[in-house]
Design a protein around this ligand. Sequence first.
Ligand SMILES: Cc1cc2nc3c(=O)[nH]c(=O)nc-3n(C[C@H](O)[C@H](O)[C@H](O)COP(=O)(O)O)c2cc1C
Length: 200
Amino acid sequence: MAQNLQDALRNRRSHYSLSPASPISDEAIKDIIDFAVTHVPSAFNSQSTRIVLLLGENHRRLWDITKDTLRPLVPAKAFPATEAKIDGSFRNGHGTILFFEDRAIVEQLQAAYPLYADRFPTWAQHTSAMHQLAIWAMLEDAGLGVSLQHYNPLIDEAVNREWQLSPQWELIAQMPFGTSTAQSGEKTFTSLEERVKVFG
Ligand SMILES: Cc1cc2nc3c(=O)[nH]c(=O)nc-3n(C[C@H](O)[C@H](O)[C@H](O)COP(=O)(O)O)c2cc1C
């Protein structure tokens, strides 16, 4: 990483206005994902996170699937705005990373550790979130603009069918990225006193 971890976390933002160029190669993007999948921790070292990197036509196909899914669900009057947002932002990027958690692994853990059975689905969500932040910060550090989207569960079936993924892979989040073409908005912070307590 070019920046230290604190700088990378401070500089990570949501970028919604994207162009398709990338300042780094697709291999370098794959390396970032491989690094996170190797080193980010998981509950019980379960390594339940699954990732799909969509580039080029496959990336655009994801956002076409999303539009096709939303079209019959969104009021006709509102759909042009939805379509404009998807086309102008996410679909116009360089790629999208899909984050899944493998239910097969979660079920194995539930069977192996019945005492914690009801906790494992939540811990899988936590595990995914850790991967999301690591990849988000590393992509931004590499000069890409990134955001985090949740069109699941609406698009789950169509996505798993399109890329022939295991039905046990549960879609958790979509991370479109590209070259950011606009500054991120001003960000406000609520008081740390309300959010952090120290007893010592
Ligand atoms: C768990 C989580 C879920 C989010 N879901 C969405 C989402 O579905 N769509 C979206 O546009 N942004 C989503 N975001 C982005 C947040 O709105 C954003 O991170 C927050 O407003 C702070 O802005 P920043 O990312 O520029 O620092 C999500 C962020 C987190 C951490």
